[in-house]
Design a protein around this ligand. Structure first.
Ligand SMILES: [Zn+2]
Length: 432
């Protein structure tokens, strides 16, 4: 028989007592906690959390503090909760374009130029045409995605469409990475082989940041992602003296859910699967936060993405229901629906298929990589008077409904986080 030294025995007992003390304290998602986070994120002090503004940094700091309180770990390779990156914002600084010996005015060209400097002469660059009989928009879309530098001569028969689109397409181009990007310029001029293009650009690179934290699971490389975007649309034209688009529903409600879910899962024993909590930046201006995030890890390791978008108002089908975009694209929705047989809460398919909501949030970026990535929402978007308005205020939010929705998501996620269920992958080839 093994003899245990009394000192060793004492150590074993101390270890047992210690382990008991470390037992996680369950976190309760309450109307008070939900209300407090939502109120702060949608306060006038945040000035509408617009990406590219200084204001959004206050929101990022606040979310970081909440992640600290939730005792999340940083993402691998990061030394804070901020996952920072640069967005290139490139505009044409100077253009000297000569065709058939005449200088082309700046209202006669638009396109996407990424290079610092370009010198194009016949033979040095490919050319294409949009003829008088071509469908301008279709041909423009096709040629815009050219893999190599391209000048597109647009027949002057399209002059009115060209002029209508000019303002939009002569905005600066934005891209996280400009490596290997082709320069494509559309010029309103009949085809010519007598030209010279001298173009220089300037790059006003902007720093952006997602806010992200993690709870590592026993199966470290199987990741369940909870996300929402923390940016909104900032300052708008004043309505009755109010010019701050607070974005309480869109999407402070989703970020509040992510924070509450982080605290909820931290209050439970170590999960089977790794859980990531991410507040994305720049969703409203092009989805750059999720684009960057999706390239920092292997998307094949993401088992499911719960993207939470506007859960502050009850759905048309009533309180205690939430809908899921792209329901049929994976078994994610089915798993959630089946998770609540005894509960009063019900998950169902997005009731607004014609609104293309599957494509209108950050989930689509991950779905394009095959991830079962869906948005969960409750907003009555067809009748909502506050969507993208200065009236999207804390006071319009139904806190009991929102609290119930967060709790339902927490419960529904249990089987996926616990490794019992795994949604089927989205067929990336079917995602536009
Ligand atoms: Zn949104």
């Amino acid at each position: 028989m093994l003899r245990v030294h009394p000192v060793s025995l004492a150590l074993i007992l101390i270890t047992i007592v210690f382990t008991q003390c470390e037992k996680k304290v369950p976190y309760e998602i309450t109307e008070n906690s939900v209300s407090e986070v939502l109120k702060t994120l949608s306060s006038d002090d945040m000035r509408g959390r617009q990406a590219f503004s200084e204001d959004i940094k206050r929101a990022a700091d606040y979310i970081s503090n909440e992640f600290t309180a939730a005792e999340l770990d940083y993402l691998p390779g990061e030394d804070s909760y901020l996952q920072s990156f640069n967005l290139n914002v490139i505009s044409i600084a100077n253009a000297d374009i000569q065709i058939d010996g005449t200088q082309l005015g700046s209202d006669k060209y638009f396109g996407s130029i990424y290079s610092d400097q370009l010198s194009w002469t016949p033979g040095s660059v490919e050319t294409a045409t949009i003829s008088a009989t071509d469908n301008f928009r279709a041909k423009q879309r096709e040629l815009s995605s050219s893999d190599s530098d391209l000048i597109v001569f647009v027949d002057e028969a399209h002059s009115s469409t060209f002029t209508a689109l000019h303002r939009y397409y002569s905005r600066p181009v934005r891209a996280i990475s400009i490596e290997g990007k082709a320069n494509v310029l559309f010029v309103l001029h009949n085809e010519s082989d007598n030209f010279s293009f001298e173009i220089t650009t300037k790059n006003d690179s902007i720093e952006l940041a997602n806010v992200a934290g993690v709870i590592e699971g026993k199966r470290a490389h199987e990741i369940v992602l909870f996300s929402a975007h923390y940016d909104h649309i900032g300052i708008r034209n004043a309505v009755e003296g109010d010019s701050i688009a607070n974005g309480a529903n869109d999407d402070a409600s989703g970020v509040t859910a992510v924070i509450e879910l982080a605290k909820h899962f931290q209050g439970k024993p170590k999960p089977q699967r790794t859980i990531m909590f991410v507040a994305f930046t720049a969703e409203e201006v092009g989805g750059y936060g999720s684009q960057y995030f999706s390239k920092q890890l292997d998307p094949d390791e993401i088992v499911a993405m719960f993207n939470i978008e506007m859960i502050g108002k009850p759905a048309v089908s009533g309180p205690n229901t939430a809908w899921i975009t792209g329901y049929d694209r994976s078994s994610f929705g089915e798993i959630l629906t089946e998770s609540t047989p005894d509960s009063v809460f019900r998950f169902y398919a997005d009731p607004y298929p014609s609104q293309n909501l599957f494509y209108r949030s950050d989930n689509a970026t991950l779905a394009r990589l095959g991830v079962p990535a869906h948005s969960i929402s409750t907003t009555p978007i067809d009748v909502d008077q506050d969507y993208h308005k200065v009236s999207d205020e804390f006071e319009t939010i139904d806190i009991p409904h929102m609290t119930n929705t967060i709790k339902a998501i927490a419960n529904a996620a249990d089987e996926i986080v616990g490794g019992y269920k795994t949604p089927t992958r989205v067929d990336a080839a079917l995602v536009d």
